[in-house]
Design a protein around this ligand. Structure first.
Ligand code: SF4
Length: 345
């Protein structure tokens, strides 16, 4: 009988396999890990036949942010969300804007951070007047143990919980989190397996399955973000297929954030997304029937604000992440009475 490692947090969603191997069911890599080795995310390790989280006691970011920064535009608008992260990711996106923390375990073999307990995190969120806790900056799936412990405590204190995720978690992981997870922004990075394979070392289909499942089978509020990379994922054809998928599998009420790329990490030579390309994508989304489309990283654009899909009235006026006017009354347009979808609008 092997002793449990008391300095490490045992992982969730794993099972023993033959000999001392373990099988992780948290994300769609579904790693089988031999004793002494790491999973593909490099933050979960098989030690003597038990799977442990290596980043549970290592919080690398903890800040109150506007919920709009996640971005979540139809979720407790104008509120603050206490945003935490630990190092690690299950993707290797070459354009990652948080690569110093998300890719540190790969780039430097390093997982650093502070041992901040779930109790301390929730207490800090309450003290800072936050309405929610956001698990963000890196991929929350690979620090699910901390999310779960914080998420349950947060609910007891009247706070919501949100993920900003690449959507590669398994259906079991979504079900595991569904008791306490209220909202999620899923990155739909492109609509081609080639893009996911080439630029993210990942796969598209599980992300599509996650979006469909969350929209159809859970009560978790869903928004979707697509970062437009010039000449990589911004053709009319690809954008039409992306928008058609969202309409068909998630519905016309799901907000679509189309975000501007700036050169990052391993993509210093790709030009920033043009405003023309963002606006073309927005027109494609509107033509597909989506009711709420927002342009991200494009300060000052009128498309940061929320309009009634029926009568066109401006409902929530935003300047950057700041809300300067909110006219929604009981989730309805005050002029025409149309229902405006969201969480505590
Ligand atoms: S979270 Fe994903 S990448 Fe990490 S060990 Fe589990 S299945 Fe593998």
């Amino acid at each position: 009988m092997k002793a449990a490692r008391e300095d490490l947090k045992e992982a969730v969603l794993w099972e023993s396999a033959e000999e001392t191997k373990v099988h992780c069911r948290l994300c769609n890599w579904r790693c089988t890990i031999v004793d002494g080795k790491l999973g593909r995310c490099a933050v979960r390790k098989n030690i003597d036949g038990t799977l442990y989280s290596l980043n549970y006691n290592k919080v690398c970011s903890a800040n109150p942010d506007p919920i709009e920064k996640k971005p979540l535009f139809h979720f407790q608008p104008g509120s603050r969300s206490f945003s935490i992260a630990t190092m690690g990711c299950n993707f290797r996106c070459e354009f990652c804007q948080n690569w110093q923390v998300s890719q540190a375990a790969f780039e430097a073999g390093r997982i650093s951070g502070q041992p901040i307990s779930p109790e301390q995190i929730v207490e800090a969120a309450v003290r800072d007047g936050c309405a929610s806790i956001a698990y963000t900056y890196t991929e929350p799936t690979v620090f699910m143990e901390l999310c779960n412990d914080c998420g349950r405590l947060a609910k007891q204190r009247g706070l919501s919980n949100v993920f900003v995720s690449n959507g590669f978690m398994t259906i079991e992981a979504i079900d595991f989190a569904a008791d306490w997870l209220d909202g999620i922004n899923v990155d739909l990075k492109a609509f081609s397996e080639d893009y996911y394979k080439r630029l993210c070392k990942a796969r598209l289909q599980p992300v599509l399955d996650t979006i469909s499942y969350i929209a159809k089978k859970t009560d978790i509020w869903l928004e979707i973000t697509t970062l437009l990379l010039p000449d990589q994922n911004d053709s009319d054809d690809e954008l039409k297929r992306t928008a058609a998928f969202i309409v068909d599998k998630a519905g016309v009420d799901v907000p679509w954030h189309i975000s501007r790329f700036y050169p990052q990490y391993k993509c210093p030579d790709i030009a920033p997304t043009s405003l023309d390309a963002l606006e073309r994508a927005m027109e494609i989304g509107k033509a597909a029937g989506l009711r709420y489309i927002y342009l991200g990283n494009a300060p000052g654009a009128r498309s940061e604000s929320t309009f009634c899909y029926d009568c066109g009235r401006m409902l929530i006026q935003r300047v950057g992440y700041r809300i300067v006017g909110n006219n929604i009354e009981n989730s309805k347009c005050p002029d025409c009475g149309a229902d405006i979808a969201g969480f505590e609008l």
